[in-house]
Each structure stands twice: as structure tokens, then as C-alpha cells.
Design a binder for this molecule. Structure first.
Ligand code: AMP
Length: 508
């Protein structure tokens, strides 16, 4: 039985495995690629193509290609105009698309390793409950048993060998990927356990935004010189998007980059300098710097006290960011040779450890299971002393997880059988500033008289997914788990349909 680690990224995904001796391998697909674009193309024969070939189809048949869907995890759609993504009459939700990527990665692993019994899948530390629950759901739809959801920066730190031997060290992980930015401050405590002290960032900021900046410049040139509106033509738009990404990557090593842009007639030669690119992202670099300051502040750590700055995610290759970090921390940031694979590799190390596959004589036998803190507060809608509805905070952000809190509710009328619970994410009392993650009915189990108490325990699991339990408030007996209807998630019927749709879709 084999366990794997999966980095389910916004732009790219990867899968790795760690053997009993602690040797980690990133798994390649049949074409030899170890990093798979998180892009799905729906072929007319009903099958789904995932990866490079799907990305290439974005130019030819953009309406049959889905990308950047991780940004919509936990919501019904991921498209910028909030419309649904559908192909041949079937609407595909972000978790279903993610499950197709997971299915592809599982297949790749099984071709090399035989049957896979479980996986650790990573998520940005910034992800809230709905996104985490949707990630679990995607794995379930793909038929992939999840051992644990793990924060990406923690996985990256494990991949860099940050373990018990780094006792007392403070690490900052700077993770700028294709669609998310995460900054995480961690410390390896005196027991050798890795603890997340604070986490911040923006889960709608990443390489795709830099591509968009370049596309705006390409569009202006195409309009002025060829009178073509690249945003109006799907093929021109896709071509410009690909070229923008190529130009951006090249500018990480060269001072000038040039690409031909399709305009329908003679291609337009578009050149750009690194200085021009840096000017176009200057505001973002500034925002990133502010977010780092805030996250350090929350961890109560000075920049000078950070021992290692780890660079993760493809966009951390942009020199403007390494310069920023060098200036802020006064030391050289640490890059790895496997920058795009680190997260999957770290996840696979922990998967092997949790799955009990590590030889007790191996170095990894000492690896401690990392602890996380709640990235968002958690509360329930309650009435305050003036009978106004507020968010009654149960778990504060920054509190270690697993964690739980309790609220007691009382029957308002004789004969009441249930109470509606509303669960919110956020640490403000004002309901306007929190996000409702779901509702559930807590049942008394029988009609009760007015004033009868019901105790509600609400908990974040180690992976920050919410669980709610109801107890009879008089004798403290467990009534049962409260089933949470998550905002925007699949209903029971929808889930059955999704399972059938994914099972019936061949993935290549
Ligand atoms: P990730 O989600 O970590 O796989 O990061 C993917 C993002 O990194 C994409 O937006 C890529 O365009 C970007 N990226 C990859 N290589 C480079 C590079 N050399 N310079 C700038 N950005 C890059």
C-alpha cells in the first residue's frame, strides 16, 4: 500500500512519494513532466484531458478548457464574471474540476507504484473552511482517501529538511504561486515540533495577475498597431495569455524579452524590458511587503530574528521579490532546486510518516507531525444582551488547532424540537464582516419546554474543517453531530450526480 503527497496548485500540480528509507521521488507522467498544469480540456468524446495538452487546447477551443479553478474552491463558480463553466450542457464546479486533476495525479502515481491507499493534499495556509472542505470533497469525488489536508508552507518547510534538528529556529515561508500568495511564519519549538505562528497573504494574487499586466500592454499595442481587440477574440486572447507568461518568465533571467503576438494578420513583435515589467508590478511588490510586515507583527517576530527565508512557488523566481526579501531580512533567501516540486515532496514525506511507512532507522522517523494555527476565527450567530444578532466567537485566529469552543442555546417556546445554527468564519462580532460558512439544524431529540438548554460544541479539526456536535444541556449527553449545509457546496443529490459524472469521465 502506498501513500502519496499532492500539491494541488492553482496553475500547476505535482505528486510525489517517499519510500521507507525517506527517499522522495516526484512522479512524472508518460511524457516525462513532473509538473502538470492544473488545466482540464473536455474532449468531444466525453473524456477529460488534464495537463500540458489541455493547456495547449486553450488556444484552439477555449470554451472547452477550464483553468484557475482553484480560485473558486468552495464556491459554485471560478469564472471572473461569476458565470458557470459548462461544456455540452454539463456545469463543472471547481471541486469537480479539481477532482479530475486529482484523478490524473492518482493515475500517474498508480502507473508507477501500484495501488495508492491515501494521500496528503496541500492547500494555501490562507484557505478558509469552505475551501478546505471543498478540497476534501474533490478528493472524495476522485476516489482518493485523504490522510490529511496540509498547509503548503508547512509542506515546503518539511521538504527543505526543516525538522527536529532545527529546534528554536524561526522560518518564514514566502510562497508566491500562480494564483495565491501566502506568507507564513513558523517556529520549530523545543520539542522539535513545527508550529505555524502566523499566516497571511492574499489568495487572489499570483503569477496570473502579472500575466494580466503584460496582457494589458500587449492589448494596447495590438489595438494601436493592428487595430485588433485581443480581448474580443478568444484565440487572440489565449495566444496573448501564453505569450505574456513566456515573456514574464524570460524576464526573470534576461533584461529584455520578445515574442510574436498573433493578431490575425502579420504577427506583432512585442518586446519588453525587465524594468518595464517591474514598474507594472511595483504596487503589488509594495502590497506584498506590507503583508509580510503584518504577518511578522502578528507572530511578534522581528525580521532580524528570522533564521531562514524559504522561497516557494513559481513566481518567487521574479527577481523583484528576492530583492525585496533580501532588503527586508538582510539575508539571502533560500531557493531549492525543486522549487515547483517542494510542496508535493514535503506532503509525501509527511504522508509516509503518518501512513506508518518510514523505516524506524531512517532519519525521517524523528519527523514531528506539524501543528497549525487557525488562519481565520470561527463563531456562531447568537443574540447579544440587546437581542441583536452577532457573531459569537468560538475560536480566535492564531489559536492552535485542533481547537473547540462551546455555546449554549435555549428553546424559545414549549414543544420546540430543533434550533437553527449558523456558523461563521471571521473574528469580528459584526455579521457584516464575517463569512457565513454554513447552517445546520441541532435537534433536541424530542419536544422540549421553553428554556431547555442545548449545548453546541464547535470545533476546528487539525486541518481546520468545522465539526459541530449537539449535547443535551441538562445532562450533557451527546445528541449527535450536526450536519452542516455549507454555503455554496454540493447538496446530497448534486454530490451523487458529481460522483457519477467524475466516475464516468475517463481522464488522460
Ligand atoms: P506555481 O503555482 O507555484 O506552480 O507557480 C506557477 C506560477 O509561477 C505561474 O504563474 C508561472 O508563470 C510562474 N513562474 C514560473 N516560472 C517563473 C519564472 N521563471 N519567472 C516568473 N514566474 C514564473
Amino acid at each position: 500500500m502506498t501513500v502519496i503527497g499532492i500539491d494541488l496548485g492553482t496553475t500547476n500540480s505535482a505528486v510525489a512519494t517517499t519510500d521507507a528509507n525517506g527517499i522522495t521521488t516526484t512522479i512524472a507522467d508518460r511524457d516525462g513532466s513532473r509538473v502538470i498544469p492544473s488545466v482540464v480540456y473536455f474532449a468531444p468524446d466525453g473524456s477529460a484531458v488534464v495537463g500540458d495538452r489541455a493547456k495547449a487546447m486553450a488556444v484552439l477551443e477555449p470554451e472547452r478548457v477550464a483553468m484557475l479553478f482553484k480560485r473558486g474552491m468552495g464556491a459554485p463558480t471560478f469564472l471572473f464574471d461569476e458565470s458557470e463553466f459548462s461544456v455540452d450542457g454539463k456545469v463543472w464546479r471547481p471541486e469537480e474540476l479539481s477532482s479530475l486533476v486529482l484523478k490524473k495525479l492518482k493515475q500517474m502515481a498508480e502507473e508507477q507504484l501500484g495501488s495508492v491507499s491515501g494521500a496528503i493534499v496541500t492547500v494555501p495556509a490562507y484557505f478558509g473552511e469552505l475551501e478546505r472542505a471543498a478540497t476534501r470533497e474533490a478528493a472524495e469525488l476522485a476516489g482518493l482517501p485523504i490522510l490529511r489536508i496540509l498547509n503548503e508552507p508547512t509542506a515546503a518547510a518539511i521538504a527543505h529538511g526543516i525538522d527536529a534538528s532545527s529546534r528554536g529556529k524561526t522560518i518564514m515561508v514566502f510562497d508566491l504561486g500562480g494564483g495565491t500568495f501566502d506568507v507564513t511564519v513558523m517556529r520549530v519549538d523545543s520539542e522539535g515540533e513545527m508550529q505555524v505562528l502566523s499566516t497571511g497573504g492574499n489568495h487572489r494574487l499570483g503569477g496570473a495577475d502579472f500575466d494580466n499586466e503584460i496582457m494589458q500592454m500587449i492589448a494596447a499595442r495590438a489595438q494601436a498597431e493592428a487595430n485588433v481587440d485581443i480581448f474580443a477574440e478568444p484565440w487572440a486572447f489565449q495566444d496573448a495569455r501564453e505569450k505574456a507568461e513566456d515573456l514574464k518568465k524570460e524576464l526573470s533571467t534576461l533584461d529584455t524579452a520578445t515574442r510574436p503576438i498573433s493578431t490575425g494578420g502579420r504577427p506583432l513583435m512585442f518586446s519588453m524590458t525587465r524594468a518595464e515589467f517591474e514598474a507594472s508590478i511595483a504596487d503589488t511588490v509594495e502590497d506584498v511587503s506590507d503583508m509580510i510586515e503584518i504577518t511578522l507583527g502578528e507572530a511578534e517576530v522581528d525580521a532580524a530574528d528570522v533564521d531562514t527565508v524559504l522561497m516557494v512557488g513559481g513566481s518567487s523566481r521574479i527577481p523583484a521579490f528576492s530583492t525585496l526579501l533580501r532588503d527586508m531580512f538582510g539575508k539571502e533567501p533560500t531557493f531549492s532546486r525543486n522549487l515547483d516540486e517542494d510542496v508535493a515532496r514535503g506532503a509525501s514525506v509527511l504522508a509516509a510518516k503518518i501512513g506508518g511507512q518510514i523505516d524506524p532507522r531512517s532519519e525521517l522517523a524523528d519527523l514531528a507531525i506539524p501543528k497549525d494555527v487557525a488562519s481565520h476565527g470561527l463563531g456562531m450567530t447568537v443574540n447579544d444582551s440587546d437581542d441583536r444578532e452577532i457573531n459569537g466567537i468560538v475560536v480566535k485566529p492564531g489559536q492552535g488547532v485542533p481547537s473547540k469552543g462551546t455555546q449554549t442555546f435555549y428553546a424559545a417556546a414549549d414543544g420546540q424540537t430543533q434550533v437553527l445554527l449558523r456558523i461563521n468564519e471571521g473574528d469580528e462580532e459584526d455579521l457584516a464582516y464575517v463569512r457565513q460558512i454554513g447552517e445546520g439544524m441541532a435537534h433536541f431529540g424530542r419536544p422540549v419546554p421553553a428554556g431547555h438548554p442545548i449545548r453546541i460544541d464547535i470545533a476546528y479539526t487539525a486541518e481546520q474543517i468545522v465539526e459541530v456536535y449537539a449535547y443535551d444541556g441538562e445532562n450533557n449527553k451527546l445528541i449527535g453531530e450536526v450536519r452542516l449545509e455549507r454555503t455554496g457546496s454540493l447538496s446530497g443529490d448534486e454530490k451523487r450526480q458529481a460522483l457519477a459524472a467524475i466516475a464516468g469521465t475517463g481522464v488522460q
